[in-house]
Structures are given as structure tokens and as C-alpha cells.
Design a protein around this ligand. Structure first.
Ligand code: NDP
Length: 475
């Protein structure tokens, strides 16, 4: 065989990644379950590089140099299992299967163990950046055995995005770690989009601004601290005029948000790990609420009470929204990184959070100037207890907190829902609180369930005889 790598699954993602490999000078074997996609790729883009089209798995594997490297880009779930098993049946010890789809990390842990048993290397690689990233340089998060990265790293790094000369691809850790961090990346993307949506809603509803003007505000924000791909494309989407009606397109789009599952997975994992990833959870639930269309239809008749008028100084309030958005975003990322650290500890992955900030600076959907600051924060202190405690972010959030409170209270008074802004602020206040009402929770738990509590002034577990003489016992 002469191909450096094979790609099977030539839908949007697979065909663009195959072209990316070919354009970087690699010989790429290409395969798809149904032949039509393979032929279409060769017909349209065959001239871009050195492709070896294959009709069957056997032909496909024969075309590859050994150890064989095969990137699987098919639908996550059962399809991925079917393709992996078919490949494994026809591969030799030492060959490498890379799953580049959005697989659930626990599936990746299971598949890696099964492939290892068969003498194969299995690399679950998170790939972010959508269609455009796949073609021009995605952010790649490969897990799996460190040894396989030696065979694979240079190849993957050559097609990834680069920032300041550094590839947006690094070995994340063993087995499912790559898909785990990709999942949290997607969760952070949900939170980011929800926060942007809330900022937009405040300008539209509380300030009554025309959509085009709001788009202009986001365009300006994109040259400041908030500079990011998502803020950039927010300006683009808000600037789009509907060709049918001449109105802003966003007003013609049904306000019910879809989801494919990675946000939900992140929140489930956060619950299992006991990490308060509230920003991502609010974002997932906000999409669910938006999609509860029948319930919303009936609930439109509910009265909102005496909501107050919009703030008078529009420019000043827009600046406050910018600060609230920034501070809430810091919280969402702090929580996401906490979840990664917790997952890493739970599964023994030894993930370096700073490496992720580095590879998320380019290629992926959450790419932002902001990630440079996160990279620096972890470089200064790899064991940072929270991003909120990194000097740069601490100063930024402390500067923003007055505006943040004003935005959340104004939203409340004007009746604009801001679940992510407000829960992020509550998270911040809870995290820095001297005392939390959890002491009362413990008292209640001890009252009805004898769950015991600890005291601030002495060691041990205690129980009060609530139903008796109310004396306290050490247990
Ligand atoms: P799809 O998720 O739509 O999957 C379609 C591909 O899967 C086709 O090539 C199809 O083959 C193949 N397929 C489906 N079932 C089987 C099966 N049983 N056996 C063999 N092949 C099968 O493709 P996308 O390109 O959108 O996504 C690929 C992967 O990348 C997915 O896991 C997805 O979640 C992930 N993804 C990642 C994105 C990102 O930004 N990182 C964006 C989009 C997707 P056929 O043509 O024969 O039907």
C-alpha cells in the first residue's frame, strides 16, 4: 500500500478532512459505505491531491502503508461500532483506528479496551471546527495510547489549525480523554452561545434596539476582550436580511433551538462527577425550554407583573452588558475546566488543562483571544484551583461585577430571561461566600434522616436527638 492514511465515512466531515490531508501532500485512501460519496469526492476534488478511492474495506486497507492508519468519520453510535468492528476484522496487530466522530467518551473507553485486546491501537479523537475547520484546519483532541500518537501526531498536526506556529492538536491522554474534552468543549460552546443570546435579548427587548444595530454592537465587541469566532458570526447572522421579506433574517427563524446531544452529555457527566457546571446546564435547559412549543404557546397568557421601563442610557447599558457577558463567560469556562480536571482525576487521565486552552485557540468553534489568557493562566499555575483565581481573570471579573449585578437586576425588573447570566453571578457569589446555607441543609438532613453533620469547632461527626431531648451525640 502507498496511502499514508485512510478516511472512511465521506459525508460532510470525512470528505473535508480527506481533502485537507490531500492538500497537505498526504496520499489518502478514501472509502464510504455507499460508493456514490466516494465517486463524488473524486469527481469534484480528485485534482486537489493524491487520493486512492476504494470500493470495499479490503481494497481500502490494501491501499494503506503499515502500520495502517484509518480515520473513521461516520455517524456516532451504532454505525461507528459497526465500522470499527469491520475494520478490526481485517486489520493486523499494530494498526491504528482513529474515531474522529462525536462519540460518547464512555463508548471510547469501551472500544479502546476491546481493540487493545485485539492488538490494535484505538484513538478517540475529538475534532472541532465544523465543515470549514475540517477542510482548512480543525482543532484536534486525540486520546488513546501515547505510543500511537508517535505514529499519528505529525500527520494530525499537519492538518490542524495553527496559532502562533503551534498546532491546535495535542495528545490529550489515554482512552476516552480526547472525546471527553471534545464533549466539554461542545458544552462550553452551548454556554457561550446562550450568553450571547441573552446579551442579544437584553439589547432587543430591554433596550428595544433594531436588530441591525445590535449586530453592529457585536461587530465592535469582536475587536475587544470578547474577540471570538462566535461573536464574529453573531454579527454576521444579525446583519443578514431575509431575501423573502426584507426583514432581519433572525426575526423569521423559529425560536426553538435544536441539540444533537453533546451538551446534554456534558451535563450528565457533570452531575456524575459532582461538578457544578451551571452555565452549560442552563444553556442545555434553555434550548429545551425554547423547544417546549406547546407549553410556551399556552403560557403566553401568564402575566409578568409590574415590569419597569428600559434603562435610559443605552450606550452605558450596552457597555454593562459587555462586562456581564465577559464575566459570565469566565465563569462558564472556569466551570468547564473544573469538569475537565475532575474527569481527568476520576479516570486517571492526567490531562493538562493549559494544553487544551492552547489547542482551542484555533480551528474550533470556541476559538477566542480569551483562550490565550487561559493558556497563560495555566502556564503560571498548572494547579490553579479555579480560573476565577488567576490574577488576570480575577481582576477582570472584579472590575465587571458591578455592571454584572446591574445587568442581572435590570433583566429581572424588565422581565428578560437571563438564566446563564444570573446563574453565573450566583455561582460567583456562592463560590466567594464566607458561609453558605449548606449548614442549614445539613441540619435538616440530620433532623429527618439522621445523616449527621460536622462542626466548625471540633473534629468528628455529630447527630442531634431531634425527636428526643435534643442533646448532641458524637457518632
Ligand atoms: P453523519 O454523522 O451525517 O454520518 C454520515 C456518514 O456515516 C456517511 O458517510 C454514512 O455512509 C456513514 N454511515 C452511517 N451509518 C453507517 C453504517 N452503519 N456503516 C457504515 N457507514 C455508515 O456525517 P458527518 O460528516 O456530519 O459527521 C461525521 C461525524 O463527525 C459524526 O460522528 C458527527 O457527530 C461528527 N461531526 C462533527 C462535527 C464537528 O464540528 N466536529 C460537525 C459535524 C459532525 P453512507 O453515505 O453510506 O450513508
Amino acid at each position: 500500500g502507498r496511502a499514508h492514511i485512510g478516511v472512511t465515512g465521506l459525508a460532510v466531515m470525512g470528505s473535508n478532512i480527506a481533502r485537507n490531508f490531500a492538500r497537505r501532500g498526504h496520499t489518502v485512501a478514501v472509502h464510504n459505505r455507499s460508493r456514490a460519496k466516494t465517486d463524488a469526492l473524486i469527481d469534484t476534488y480528485g485534482h486537489e491531491g493524491d487520493f486512492v478511492p476504494a470500493g470495499t474495506i479490503e481494497e481500502f486497507l490494501d491501499a494503506l502503508q503499515t502500520p495502517r492508519r484509518v480515520l473513521v468519520m461516520v455517524q456516532a453510535g451504532a454505525a461507528t461500532d459497526a465500522v470499527i468492528n469491520e475494520l478490526a476484522d481485517n486489520m493486523d496487530a499494530g494498526d491504528i483506528i482513529i474515531d474522529g466522530g462525536n462519540s460518547l467518551y464512555t463508548d471510547t473507553i469501551r472500544r479502546e479496551a476491546a481493540m487493545r485486546e485485539r492488538g490494535l491501537h484505538f484513538v478517540g479523537a475529538g475534532i472541532s471546527g465544523g465543515e470549514e475547520g475540517a477542510l482548512n484546519g480543525p482543532s484536534i483532541m486525540p486520546g488513546g495510547p501515547a505510543e500511537s500518537y508517535r505514529h499519528l501526531g505529525p500527520l494530525l498536526e499537519s492538518i490542524s489549525a495553527h496559532v502562533d506556529g503551534e498546532p491546535c492538536c495535542t495528545h490529550v491522554g489515554p482512552d476516552g480523554s480526547g472525546h471527553f474534552v471534545k464533549m466539554v468543549h461542545n458544552g462550553i460552546e452551548y454556554a457561550d452561545m446562550q450568553l450571547i443570546g441573552e446579551a442579544f435579548d437584553l439589547m432587543r427587548t430591554a433596550l428595544g434596539m433594531p436588530i441591525a444595530e445590535i449586530g453592529e454592537v457585536f461587530r465592535q465587541w469582536n475587536s475587544g476582550d470578547l474577540e471570538s469566532y462566535l461573536v464574529e458570526i453573531t454579527a454576521e447572522v444579525l446583519g443578514q436580511v431575509d431575501t423573502r421579506t426584507g426583514r432581519p433574517l433572525v426575526e423569521m427563524i423559529v425560536d426553538s433551538a435544536g441539540q444533537k446531544g453533546t451538551g446534554r452529555w456534558t451535563v450528565k457527566s457533570a452531575l456524575d462527577l459532582g461538578v457544578p457546571t451551571t452555565g452549560i446546564a442552563e444553556a442545555v435547559f434553555a434550548r429545551a425550554l425554547s423547544s417546549a412549543t406547546d407549553q410556551r404557546e399556552r403560557a403566553r397568557e401568564l402575566q409578568g407583573g409590574a415590569t419597569t421601563a428600559a434603562p435610559v442610557d443605552t450606550a452605558e447599558f450596552i457597555a454593562a452588558i459587555n462586562e456581564a457577558l465577559y464575566a459570565s463567560k469566565v465563569v462558564a469556562y472556569a466551570q468547564g475546566f473544573d469538569q475537565i480536571v475532575a474527569g481527568s482525576r476520576e479516570y486517571g487521565w492526567d490531562i493538562a488543562p493549559g494544553d487544551l486552552a492552547t489547542i482551542w485557540r484555533g480551528g474550533c468553534i470556541i476559538r477566542a483571544t480569551f483562550l490565550d489568557r487561559i493558556k497563560e493562566a495555566y502556564a503560571e499555575d498548572p494547579d490553579l484551583p479555579s480560573l476565577l483565581l488567576a490574577p488576570y481573570f480575577r481582576a477582570a471579573v472584579e472590575d465587571a461585577v458591578d455592571s454584572w449585578r446591574r445587568v442581572v437586576s435590570t433583566a429581572t425588573l424588565t422581565g428578560v430571561p437571563v438564566p446563564a447570566f444570573s446563574s453565573s453571578l450566583s455561582y460567583y457569589d456562592a463560590l466567594r461566600a464566607e458561609r453558605l446555607p449548606a449548614a442549614l441543609t445539613q441540619g435538616l438532613r440530620d433532623y429527618f434522616g439522621a445523616h449527621t453533620y460536622r462542626r466548625v469547632d471540633m473534629e468528628g461527626d455529630f447527630h442531634t436527638l431531634w425527636g428526643g431531648d435534643r442533646s448532641e451525640q458524637r457518632v
